[in-house]
Write a protein that binds this ligand. Structure first.
Ligand SMILES: [Fe+2]
Ligand SMILES: [Fe+2]
Length: 261
């Protein structure tokens, strides 16, 4: 049995790469994926019309979906809303913000919101994951069948990707990554840095992998617009970042790693 996940991120409606977004939808709809995962930053400024575009695009995708918010999904310009009800627009248009779960055939996925409205630091775009969020997510995996592939989805990479085009600086991120490794999570999927990557956390048995999807917006950071296809088959996890050439998607980077069995 092969589990196939489409992992898209950082579409930033309002500043999306329209051709790439349309082609990605075609690819997803032709792919017969077990789950479509979107790891946040659906909008550019958290505007209602941007959320409406995001919701319409999501509605055009076949099959089940799991969508987490990103820092751009808290309103940028409506300050009072950003401070007091940062994810109300996301919840009205897209779905629950704090957490999302999906139990598929042979796999279990848990979304965790690492984005915040206000933060007691200057840069509110960076991430946070509270010890409670981490513990509740790790505990949830104890309730799913033991054979399930375990996948966490969050917007910010919990541990900095060395050499990445930007940082996430997630408060409590290292501790969360360690806890998820100890909880035998297989994959921690993220977005935010607008560049695809895959690497093993240096925690636990070394078989918990962080994998990031790039962006489908015009805000490219040195790499083309892209999204990831994740396939899990027995002891193999294969991740392909499909990059936008301007006319079609083609493999940009691929990774093959060993799954713990
Ligand atoms: Fe982004
Ligand atoms: Fe982001």
């Amino acid at each position: 049995m092969t589990i196939r996940l489409a992992h898209l991120s950082d579409i930033h409606f309002g500043g999306e790469n329209a051709a790439a977004v349309a082609a990605a939808a075609e690819h997803v709809n032709a792919g017969g994926f077990d789950l479509v995962i979107v790891s946040g930053d659906l909008t550019r400024y958290g505007e209602r019309k941007e959320f409406a575009s995001a919701a319409a695009w999501l509605a055009s995708l076949k099959g089940p979906q799991l969508v987490t918010p990103g820092n751009h999904d808290a309103p940028y310009l409506a300050w009072a809303e950003r401070i007091f009800t940062p994810f109300r627009r996301f919840e009205a248009a897209i779905g629950p913000a704090p957490t999302q779960t999906y139990l598929g055939h042979g796999f279990a996925v848990r979304g965790v919101n690492t984005a915040r409205g206000p933060q007691p630091r200057l840069n509110w775009s960076k991430g946070q994951i509270s010890p409670t969020q981490t513990r509740v997510a790790a505990d949830w995996f104890e309730t799913v069948p033991a054979a399930c592939v375990r996948v966490v989805v969050c917007h910010h990479p919990l541990v900095e990707m060395i050499g990445g085009p930007m940082t996430a600086r997630v408060w409590n991120g290292q501790a969360a990554a360690r806890a998820f490794a100890e909880a035998k999570v297989d994959l921690v999927l993220s977005g935010h840095i607008h560049a695809p990557f895959a690497w093993a956390y240096p925690f636990g048995d070394g078989r918990t992998y962080a994998a990031g999807a790039g962006t489908l917006s015009v805000r490219e950071r040195g790499v083309p617009a892209s999204f990831n296809v994740v396939e899990i088959e027995g002891a193999a996890i294969r991740i392909a970042a499909l990059g936008w050439t301007g006319s079609h998607f083609e493999p940009y980077r691929t990774w093959s790693v060993d799954r713990r069995t």
